[in-house]
Design a protein around this ligand. Structure first.
Ligand code: IMP
Ligand code: MG
Length: 181
């Protein structure tokens, strides 16, 4: 698996440092609040698992799963809710925890959906921001890293469902995407 990686963008310890900072900021900002962390499966689970252990106030976690369609299909930009939350959102201080924001289409759908359930507050925490590819503007309150326009894997993020278990974030070699070249 390691020989498929062209470059490491963020090492295990760089990620750890960043997650600590985010956890401290969230703990400070949400003290005496009713914090509900909403995670988007599956890419965000590793980040969430590490983040909650850096949060020093009580938290409740819940999960949503959505499926989106690629630019090659007619349904580009359409997002479908595959798994809904179990917790009620009404009146809670909701923080959406994402792995990476790319075009922003997925999160736009999700935020609109959550907003309609009347949360007390609604913010976004993302580990990575690939802002050069943004199509719709997303207000990001907590951000880990800015990333350039490259496809990244590891630390929860996949390419064809693989590489999620890499402890760092890296870029795949070109021949992995285009094996015939
Ligand atoms: P968006 O709707 O374009 O913002 O897509 C966001 C989702 O696409 C993320 O939550 C990821 O699951 C996935 N994604 C976007 N960029 C990458 C990447 O570089 N590597 C792996 N997954 C990605
Ligand atoms: Mg995601």
């Amino acid at each position: 698996m390691l020989d498929h990686i062209r470059e490491v963008l963020f090492t295990e310890s760089e990620i750890e440092e960043k997650v600590k900072l985010l956890g401290a900021a969230i703990s400070q900002d949400y003290r005496e609040k009713e914090l509900l962390l909403v995670n988007v499966l599956k890419g965000g689970v590793i980040f969430l698992a590490d983040l909650i252990r850096q949060i020093t106030i009580p938290v409740v976690i819940d999960f949503m799963a959505i499926s989106s369609y690629g630019p090659s299909t007619e349904e580009f930009g359409i997002v479908r809710l595959v798994k809904d939350l179990e917790e009620s959102v009404s009146g809670k201080d909701v923080l959406v925890v994402e792995d990476i924001i790319d075009t922003g289409l997925t999160l736009t759908y999700l935020l609109r959906n959550l907003e309609s359930r009347d949360p007390g507050s609604l913010r976004v925490c993302t580990l990575m921001d690939k802002s050069v590819r943004r199509i719709v503007d997303i207000p990001i309150y907590y951000k880990g890293f800015d990333v350039p326009d490259v496809f990244v894997v590891g630390y929860g993020l996949d390419y064809e469902q693989k590489y999620r278990n890499l402890p760092f974030i890296g870029v795949l070699k070109k021949e992995i995407y285009y094996p015939e070249e």
